[in-house]
Design a protein around this ligand. Structure first.
Ligand code: SF4
Ligand code: SF4
Length: 312
């Protein structure tokens, strides 16, 4: 009972941490302290994520490692006979036998006393003595369990240990092989690409979204109005004022009470913007524009956006 309560608390905490990644801590705090009915979408999502985590911790457990986790599948394609794995030294351990069987039959047994400590401790429930299996997550718990048994029985540790399949079968070691070079090269390309992407990131993120409600409105003077929401994340270390404009569109007018939009360092703000123009500015009911955001300190970004209007 206590265990399930702890699992439930951890699941709820993790679910809210997950949600905070997407909406920010401030918004999440407002949601959590407000009634669920006002934010039922977030409430259902957080409840579903918390429920799934509780199911993982409390019910499915190793089934998630066996069925959902890709680690086992990856190792079956990435490893070869010379890769370092958690392995059982069958040459030393076999034939296995319980201590009482040894006493009866005398000599001729290997070091494995068939105590099953390695199987009992295994979180995925496999017997490493049957060889490398997809379910093995290389947690090394079986190594520790077997070493304790070897200590108690006065035999050298390492009946289960890190080693390659070739090495455990007594074949010579060969460290240098193509995958030793190719895998790090692939990682280098991936990490290098990530590093380049990070260094080229601007000091702000701009997202242009359509306003909530009707796609466009018809004003009393005959103009067409589109509502936009422009979310700006300030990644710099100082407060910035972002000027919003429409690039190369003199026939359109931008009106916003939030322009320029002031954003604190590390924070995000959303400006509500109206773009208006005559019906002729929306040929076939569409108009492609670029929403320009400029902080006056070197950051400028143009985001393509499609305005909507009545079809002629
Ligand atoms: S390393 Fe972990 S998962 Fe693999 S057999 Fe040993 S105890 Fe089981
Ligand atoms: S813990 Fe060691 S001695 Fe016991 S069954 Fe496993 S391999 Fe054999």
């Amino acid at each position: 009972m206590v265990k399930n309560v702890v699992f439930a608390f951890v699941s709820i905490f993790l679910a809210h941490t997950f949600l905070a990644y997407f909406v920010g801590v401030k918004a999440l705090f407002g949601w959590v302290t407000g009634p669920p009915g006002e934010h039922w979408g977030a409430f259902v999502l957080a409840s579903a994520v918390a429920g799934l985590m509780f199911l993982d911790f409390g019910v499915l457990r190793e089934q998630v490692c066996l069925v959902a986790c890709p680690y086992g599948r990856l190792q079956s394609v990435l490893l070869d006979r010379r890769s370092l794995i958690v392995g059982y030294d069958a040459r030393r351990g076999e034939p296995r036998g319980l201590p009482r069987e040894r006493t009866q039959a005398g000599a001729g047994y290997g070091d494995c006393i068939d105590c099953s400590a390695c199987v009992i401790t295994c979180p995925t429930g496999i017997d490493i003595r049957d060889g490398l299996q997809m379910e093995c997550i290389h947690c090394t718990q079986c190594i520790d369990a077997c070493d304790v048994v070897m200590e108690k029985t006065g035999r050298p540790k390492g009946l289960i240990r890190y080693g390659s399949r070739d090495e455990l079968e007594g074949k010579p070691r060969r460290i240098l092989r193509p995958r030793i070079v190719i895998y790090p090269l692939i990682m280098l390309v991936v990490w290098g690409g990530l590093a380049i992407a990070l260094t080229q990131r601007g000091s702000a993120d701009v997202t242009v979204l359509r306003g909530i409600g009707a796609p466009y409105g018809l004003l009393p003077d005959g103009q067409i109005s589109n509502q936009l929401r422009i979310k700006i994340v300030n990644r710099s270390t100082e407060t910035r004022r972002y000027a919003i404009s429409i690039a190369d569109a003199p026939d359109l007018t931008l009106v916003s009470p939030d322009n320029p939009l002031e954003v604190a360092p590390g924070a995000a703000s959303t400006a509500s913007v109206f773009v208006m123009g005559k019906a002729g500015s929306f040929p076939h009911g569409l108009r492609e524009i670029d929403v320009a955001v400029n902080d006056g300190a070197g950051f400028e970004k143009k985001t393509p956006y499609r305005l909507l209007g009545p079809e002629e």
